[in-house]
Design a protein around this ligand. Structure first.
Ligand code: CP
Length: 314
C-alpha cells in the first residue's frame, strides 16, 4: 500500500481488523519498525482525536512525529497548473509537497471540504495534489469527501461489540447548527458495505449522500422504522449533497432514549466531537450503550495499523 486515501485501499478488511485488535492488545510490539522514520502531520483544519491518536500511533511504532497547523501557519498553497501566482497564494503545491517529502517518510493530511462547490470538493484537490507531487506515502486524516481512518476505527469497534455475526447497522442523520461535510458518513457507508451486515441509512428527504457512495444501500426516511432491531446506531450530521452544503436543524431527528428503545439494545456510536442535546441527548451518550469513548480509543490502532502496513512495504 502506497497511500491510505480511502477505505478502498483496504485489501482485506477482516484481517486488517483482526490485526488492529492484536495491536491494541500489544501496542508496542512493533516498536522497532518505525525507528529513525518520521511522519509529518499537516492540519489544514482543527482536530483533537485525529491529531493525538495519530501521534500516539506513530510513537507506538517508534517513529518521530512532526506536526504543522498548515491552515494557520503554512504559506497558502496554489494548486492550479500554470497559474500566474500574482494573487493571494504564496507557494505552489509542486514545491511544497516535494519539500515536505524530504523531511518525512510518511505525510498525513487533514483538509476538509469547503462546502462551496461540490465538484471542487469531490475532486479532492488537496489530497490528490499531495499524492501526485509528494515522493512519500500519504495518509488521509479526513479529506473533503472521506475520513477513512475513522471508518477503519468504526469497523474495529463494531467487530468488538457486535452481538451476532451479521448485525443490523443504522447510519442516522441528526441535526446540527452548522453545515458539516459528508466525509465521515461517506466513509462509514463505504466501509459498512464491505462488512457482513444489514445496513440501512436514515435521513430527512434531501439529505441523500452521493449515489456513487451509497450504491444499493436502502434509504429509510422514517427514523423510528430504521431503528427497529438495530444493533448499532451510528449518528452523524452531514449537509446536503444535492443542494450542496445546505443544512438543517430539524430537532425531530435528535437521538433520544425513546428512539434508542426501538432498537435491539443498540450501541450508540459517534465519531466525536458531538453537540450534546442537539445531536444526541445526554441520556443516550451517557448510557452504558454508548461506545463513543472506546471508538476514540480505537483511532490509535486504526492509524497504527495503516502506518505499520506502509512501513512494512517501504
Ligand atoms: N473524529 C475525529 O476525526 O475527531 P477530530 O476531528 O477531533 O480529529
Amino acid at each position: 500500500m502506497n497511500n491510505y486515501f480511502s477505505v478502498h485501499d483496504i485489501d482485506a478488511l477482516t484481517s486488517w481488523v483482526e490485526e488492529a485488535i492484536d495491536l491494541k492488545k500489544n501496542p508496542l510490539s512493533h516498536k522497532e519498525l518505525g525507528k529513525d522514520k518520521t511522519i509529518g502531520l499537516l492540519f489544514f483544519n482543527p482536530s483533537l482525536r485525529t491529531r493525538l491518536s495519530t501521534q500516539k500511533a506513530a510513537l507506538n511504532l517508534g517513529m518521530n512525529v512532526m506536526v504543522m497547523n498548515f491552515g494557520g501557519e503554512g504559506w497558502s498553497l496554489e494548486y492550479g497548473d500554470g497559474t500566474i501566482m500574482d494573487q493571494g497564494n504564496s507557494e505552489h503545491i509542486k514545491e511544497a509537497a516535494q519539500v515536505v517529502s524530504q523531511y518525512c517518510d510518511i505525510v498525513a493530511i487533514r483538509a476538509f471540504a469547503k462546502l462551496e462547490n461540490r465538484e471542487e470538493d469531490y475532486e479532492e484537490i488537496v489530497l490528490k495534489s499531495f499524492m501526485e507531487y509528494a515522493s512519500v506515502p500519504i495518509i488521509n486524516m479526513e479529506s473533503a469527501t472521506g475520513h477513512p481512518l475513522q471508518a477503519l476505527t468504526d469497523a474495529i469497534t463494531i467487530t468488538e461489540y457486535k452481538p451476532i455475526h451479521k448485525p443490523k447497522i443504522v447510519l442516522s442523520w441528526a441535526p446540527h447548527p452548522k453545515a458539516l461535510p459528508q466525509a465521515v458518513a461517506n466513509s462509514f457507508a463505504e466501509m459498512v458495505q464491505k462488512m457482513d451486515a444489514e445496513f440501512v441509512i436514515t435521513h430527512p428527504m434531501g439529505f441523500e449522500l452521493a449515489s456513487q457512495i451509497t450504491n444499493e444501500v436502502p434509504i429509510e426516511y422514517d427514523q423510528g422504522k430504521a431503528f427497529e432491531n438495530a444493533d448499532f446506531v451510528y449518528v452523524k450530521n452531514w449537509s446536503s449533497y444535492k443542494d450542496y452544503g445546505s443544512s438543517s436543524q430539524d430537532e425531530n431527528w435528535r437521538i433520544t432514549k425513546d428512539k434508542m428503545d426501538l432498537t435491539n439494545n443498540a450501541k450508540f456510536m459517534h465519531c466525536l466531537p458531538v453537540r450534546r442535546n442537539v445531536v444526541v441527548d445526554d441520556a443516550v451518550i451517557d448510557s452504558e450503550n454508548s461506545v463513543v469513548i472506546e471508538q476514540a480509543n480505537n483511532r490509535t490502532y486504526a492509524a497504527q495499523l495503516v502506518m505499520k502496513k506502509i512501513l512494512e512495504k517501504s
